[in-house]
Write a protein that binds this ligand. Structure first.
Ligand code: CA
Length: 539
């Protein structure tokens, strides 16, 4: 029997839809999954709440539906079977609103879709198709700054440059002069001069991205309406860009703004979700949970020196990792008991994990395995599941075309302008990896499946089984809704033999495993045997 828990806030229509989705998934599972035939498999137990497995997509580089070389929204729609089949239950679309740059983190219209990506109708179609599959759609919400081509900014600059000598700007005449931080002086080096000269504006990131003045109530009201526009349309959540920078010198104000956005989203959809970018250490991230918004990206887990990669390659041990997990739980829940952690290996701003791990396939699998045992909502950057590479620190090189096939170029996009030529991936393309049961891609699929079978992984409260933790071996339990699982980690390069006798795990049975290449975990008479770099779940 399929177990299904429904959030009481959900509508009846959504419930019926969710049941259909589960039946469809079960049918798919029975029909195929060659790679999983030999491993133990349990029924999917996907709950319809805000705990999700997210896939981050750079639309321009993902899939091109019409052959113009540019990835587009219809391309994402075409690839939803792939996304669903992998086990993702949510997507984060990097900015889709009109913007002059290739990356689109500089919006010129907060109520439309960039024409290179398609139309609002295409977007609504994507939403519909996602929701039919039980997939959440989270869009990048870039509100710290607009584009310097945004009509608000252009109008303000035009007004200021025509202002008679000695006259002060009047917001009654041009309200947009108070939408940004304009000054006659170059206040500091982050101020750029307006096109006509004579005035400066704050642009912390780049001169094409003027910072909005969030102290202005009119700006806040604009974004209340913009929030309602997207949530009304059916967007499930926002990924809030640069949340630390709304006011660079006033954290409390930033918390207030995040809370306001979230409250506004909730007023339209009681299940509204939000994850914010606070690119900072753990204590600062914890501070932002005071905003009482659901998720902050957990930057302590990501990139070359992050906890996950270090544990995967063995430069830090599994015991340290589980203690970090407990620490996140204590630190974040102290600020927001309803927090949902958002761990990840890398995102579009970072060197790809394949580079961080020297394209070592075992370490990449281990990193995925560790990520997928984390609490909260894991975020996977497109291409990570096939071990795509980046080059250097240039952003364009981190956002290369998704490698669907080495032979069939249909749907493949052109690389972003400015990206280097000849950046090779150490691993085969999607089509080839799908056929290989021991590929990195199929490891991701197994890991996501394990997550989707066991809701305790994302939602459970962690305790550490101290007596079984030592160096590269670590054991925790997670309890959710009266059900407890054990998670056992062996991050070493050796086989681990572990007696569970006399611990919380004594009477548990093996429920699932993640091993590098199909090796088996065994449990007999309370003795667990685990191959190198493996994880297992007991219940
Ligand atoms: Ca296209």
């Amino acid at each position: 029997m399929l177990k299904k828990q429904i959030n009481p806030k959900k509508t009846v229509g959504k419930r019926l839809l969710s049941v259909l989705i589960l039946l469809t998934m079960l049918a798919g599972m029975l029909a195929g999954c060659k790679a999983d035939q030999d491993t133990m498999q349990h029924e999917l137990n996907i709950l319809d709440d805000n705990y999700r497995n997210f896939y981050e997509i750079f639309v321009a580089s993902f899939y091109d539906s019409d052959g113009d070389g540019m990835g587009d929204l219809n391309g994402v729609t075409e690839k939803l079977d792939y996304i669903q089949d992998m086990g993702f239950t949510g997507i984060w679309l990097m900015p889709v609103m009109p913007a002059p740059s290739y990356h689109k983190y500089d919006t010129t219209d907060y109520r439309d879709i960039d024409e290179a990506y398609g139309t609002l109708e295409d977007f609504e179609n994507l939403l519909r198709e996602c929701h039919e599959r039980g997939i959440y759609v989270v869009i990048d919400f870039v509100i710290n700054h607009s584009s310097n081509q945004h009509p608000w900014f252009l109008e303000a600059c035009d007004y200021l440059s025509n202002l008679p000598e000695g006259q002060e700007p009047d917001a009654q005449e041009c309200p947009y002069v108070e939408y940004y931080h304009f000054s006659r002086e170059q206040v500091n080096s982050s101020y750029a001069e307006i096109p006509g000269g004579g005035w400066y504006y704050e642009a912390v990131f780049y001169y094409t991205q003027p910072d909005l003045n969030w102290e202005n109530e009119a700006v806040r009201e604009e974004f209340d309406e913009i929030t309602k526009f997207w949530v009304d349309l059916g967007v499930d959540g926002f990924r809030v860009d640069a949340a630390m920078h709304f006011n660079d010198s006033d954290t409390e104000e930033n918390l207030e703004i995040l809370n306001r956005l979230y409250t506004c989203g909730l007023s339209v959809n009681p299940d509204f979700y939000m994850v914010s970018e606070v690119w900072a250490n753990e204590s600062t991230v914890a501070k932002y949970y005071e905003s009482l918004t659901p998720s902050m990206f957990n930057f302590d887990t990501c990139s070359a020196e992050g906890k996950l990669v270090r544990a995967a390659k063995g430069s830090s041990d599994a015991t340290k990792l589980v203690h970090a997990m407990l620490d996140y739980q204590e630190t974040f829940s102290a600020e927001n008991p309803d927090y949902i952690d958002a761990p990840f290996l890398t995102n579009h701003d970072q060197v790809r994990v394949a580079n961080n791990l020297q394209s070592n396939e075992n370490d990449l699998k281990m990193a995925c395995g560790l990520l997928m045992m984390m609490s909260g909502n894991p975020f996977v950057y497109y291409g990570e599941e096939i071990g795509m590479s980046s080059k250097g620190t240039k952003d364009e090189n981190k956002r290369l075309p998704m490698l669907w096939s080495d032979t069939d170029k249909i749907g493949m996009t052109e690389k972003p302008e400015g990206a280097d030529d000849g950046i090779e991936s150490a691993f085969p393309a999607v089509d080839e990896q799908l056929e290989d049961p021991n590929s990195l891609l199929n490891y991701y699929k197994r890991a996501l499946r394990l997550r989707n079978e066991n809701p305790e992984i994302a939602r459970g409260t962690i305790t550490i089984v101290e007596s079984l933790c030592e160096g590269d071996q670590a054991v925790i339990t997670k309890t959710y809704d009266g059900s407890t699982i054990g998670i056992v980690y062996n991050t070493s390069d050796d086989t681990l033999e572990l007696s569970l006798a006399g611990t919380e795990l004594t009477d548990m049975e093996l429920r699932g495993e993640l091993t590098l290449n199909g090796e088996r975990v065994t449990l007999a008479e309370d003795v667990l045997q685990m191959p190198p770099q493996s994880v297992c779940i007991l219940k």
